[in-house]
Design a protein around this ligand. Structure first.
Ligand code: SF4
Length: 433
């Protein structure tokens, strides 16, 4: 029964609350001190150049520190922390770990810090022709402790423990997971866990994130830990707390069907706080115009002559991270006059439509897909995987669209500064004292 028990604990002092979360589900019960333990936080991205608000985006170092301390106090001394952040952070993984204070955990507890992007990847055969390249350190772990964030996701609604394991894949395997049809994101990433020994999931809900998974979303204080020895049970409870019906989250439906799980939280043993008392909707979606010409905010600005097709789930993280800068840059180019009849398509499934004077193909995938598209009058190809934004600005200038990169920098400062006015947004959560 412990296996399907889920604890919800209100966070007061991180270490004490974590201890209580684990006590309620016998969280260390599936682990042996001899085990090689891998802790997998969520450090999807970071930034050393522009301000980066980690609230609701990156697992708090306070939680990771608490976990390491509890493990050490229980005789575990073979602990690794590993993550495979966005490729643009490679080879900066160790720098990111230093920024998060993990170097102190290495000094104090002998924790090994591994950047999966610098590791060897091993092909793992899942059967039915489904294969993924997984970091060697992940496969060598006896047990994995998964420490995701309680966040929404603009493509799959929620991003919790099962999704967090995508960070264990090679760049190519991550891209493969953002496929079309049978290879849709909600059908691929839930399979990663099938070959991984995940023994414990602790969802970091000190903050939760609306319109995630990146820092363009808005974070809120939530002060909750959700823990389970069963990865699905943890995700199910997290989903309910975020205000979604499990049946409307495709990956949960797929996983439940595949592994014969119930989607009803009442079928699991809940310990600690009542999840329904903490339930509050965390929106995942960026609103677009009905005719799919751009974000609603663009229509409100009075932008015409431009159609930016809404991202779909085939847009992988690399392009997703550039998507928002692209929007800000296009908005910066609007000076009250219509754009010169331009369409922008992205990802692996968007074909340029007829009737536009310029078709902007954003990223390698859109360029390949539209190679022979007869609808295109003038193709503006932004190659790259993901595309480079300086190149984007230069290519736009060639067709008379003057983007202002300073607007993007201003926007990044705004994203960071909006938390300064609010109580409880303390960057100390991402340090180790
Ligand atoms: S071009 Fe973009 S969508 Fe295509 S594989 Fe690269 S990052 Fe993913």
């Amino acid at each position: 029964m412990e296996q399907k028990a889920v604890s919800l604990v209100k966070v007061n002092k991180v270490y004490d609350s974590l201890l209580e979360s684990l006590r309620l589900i016998d969280g260390l019960g599936g682990l042996s001190p001899d085990d090689q333990i891998l802790i997998k936080p969520n450090i999807v991205s970071w930034d050393f150049e522009l301000p980066f608000p980690p609230f609701g985006v990156v697992t708090t170092s306070a939680l990771v520190e608490g976990l390491v301390r509890i493990l050490a106090e229980n005789g575990f001394n073979r602990i690794t922390i590993g993550e495979g952040s966005l490729p643009n952070l490679s080879p900066k993984g160790q720098e990111v770990y230093r920024a998060l204070g993990y170097d102190k955990l290495a000094e104090r507890y002998g924790v090994k810090l591994v950047d999966f992007n610098e590791e060897e990847f091993v092909e793992v055969d899942y059967g039915d022709g489904f294969k993924l390249d997984i970091a060697r350190h992940v496969l060598e772990a006896d047990k994995i402790i998964n420490v995701p964030v309680l966040k929404s996701h603009n493509q799959v609604k929620v991003s919790l423990g099962i999704k967090n394991l995508k960070g264990c894949l090679s760049k190519e395997a991550k891209q493969f997971c953002h496929g079309l049809g049978e290879e849709d994101l909600s059908l691929t990433f839930p399979r990663i866990i099938e070959k991984l020994p995940v023994a414990l999931t602790v969802i970091d809900g000190i903050f939760t994130l609306e319109k995630g998974p990146g820092p363009t979303g808005k974070a809120y204080r939530k002060d909750l830990f959700i823990a389970s020895r069963d990865p699905f049970a943890a995700d199910l409870a997290g989903t309910v707390v975020m205000g979604y019906e499990p049946g409307e989250v495709d990956y949960l439906v797929y996983y439940a069907r595949r592994h014969r799980y119930s989607l009803d939280l009442a079928d699991y043993e809940l310990r600690g706080e009542d999840p329904y008392r903490h339930r509050a909707y965390v929106d995942y979606d960026w609103e677009w115009t009905e005719d799919n010409t751009g974000p609603k905010g663009f229509a409100r600005q009075g932008i015409t002559g431009l159609a930016i097709r809404k991202y779909d789930s085939s847009l992988c993280t690399g392009c997703s991270v550039q998507y928002n800068p692209m929007l800000i840059l296009m908005s910066s180019a609007f000076k009250g006059k219509p754009f010169p009849n331009v369409e922008i398509v992205t990802g692996k499934g968007q074909l340029a439509s007829p009737g536009f004077d310029y078709s902007v193909l954003f990223g390698k995938c859109a360029c390949h897909l539209n190679k022979d598209n007869p609808n295109i009058k003038n193709a503006v190809k932004i190659w790259g995987c993901p595309p480079d934004m300086e190149r984007f600005v230069a290519k736009m200038a060639e067709i008379g669209i003057e983007c202002n990169y300073r607007e993007y920098i201003r926007f990044r400062h705004y994203l960071f500064n909006r938390y300064k006015k609010e109580e409880g947004y303390d960057l100390d959560y991402w340090t180790v004292k």
